[in-house]
Design a protein around this ligand. Sequence first.
Ligand code: CO
Length: 300
Amino acid sequence: MRRYSCMFLVVLVTVLIITGCAAQQASGTREQGLDKKGILVVSFGTSYADTRKVTIEACENRIAEHFPGYEVRRAFTSSIIRNILKDRDNILVDSPEEALTKMKEEGFTEVIVQPLHIITGEEYTEVLETVADFEGAFEKLVVGRPILTTIDDYKAAAEALKTQLPQLKKDQAVVLMGHGTPHPANASYSCLQLVISDMMPNVFVGTVEGYPGLDDVTARLKEADIKEVTLVPYMVVAGDHAQNDMAGDEDDSWKTILKKEGFVVKTYLHGLGENPGYQQIYINHVQDCIDGYPMGHQAE
Ligand code: CO
C-alpha cells in the first residue's frame, strides 16, 4: 500500500513538473512578443498609377498610420490588373489568397482583412470565400465591411461625400457614377440615392453596369429642370470607368450623351479614395473588427 502511494506521488510530481514547464514555455512565447498583427487591404486594383497613388495607396497609408501595431499589406482581386502591372510596370501585387498564404507562413497571429469595396457585392463575397479557406490558420482572422453595409454606413458615406461636392444652384446637379452589378447588392445604389436625397437636393445616383442606368438618371434630370451637370465617380478609384465611360470623348461616354441631350457637362476626376472622409470610414471599419463588431455596432 505504501509502495503504491509512493509511486503515485512520484507520478504526480512528474506530471506537475511537466505541466509547469509547458505552461512556462507558453507564457515565455507570449512574453517574447511573437504576436504578429497585420491588416490586409483588399481592393479591385487599378492599372492607372496616378489615381492608384492618391486613392488605394492613400487609404493603405492612412490605415497604417492609424494602426502602428499592425503591418499593412496590399492585395488586388483583379487578375487582369495584377497581370498588366506585372508585365507592363514590373509591379508585383498579391491576390488575397497569395497575401494570406504569405502571412500564414510568416507566422501572423492576427489578420484583419479590410476591403476597399463600396458594396457587399460579388467582389466582397469572393473575399469572404477566400478568407473562409484560411479558417484556423490564424488565432484571429476578421473581415471588415465595405462602405455601404449598415444604414449608419450609408449616412456616414453620404456625409463624407457631401464634403467633396460643389455648391449647387437650382438648375445644377451632380450625377454620381457608381459601378453597378447583376448581384443583389445592386440595391445599395437605390438606398444610397434615398439617403443622399434626404440630405441634399439635385444629387443623382447612376451606374455603369446596373440600375439605375444613365437613361433613368437623364429622365430625372429633365424632370428637375437641370441645365448643368457635374459628373462624379462613385468609385474608390478614378480609373478606367471614370476616365473613359464617364468623362471620355467617345460617343458612348456619359459626358458625350448628356451633352447631346442639351446639358452643360463638367467632369470631376477624383476617386472616393482621395476623400479623407472615406479614408476615415475604412479606418473605422478596421477599428470595428479589432473591437469585435465587424458588421457594425448596430447590427450586433
Ligand atoms: Co467594371
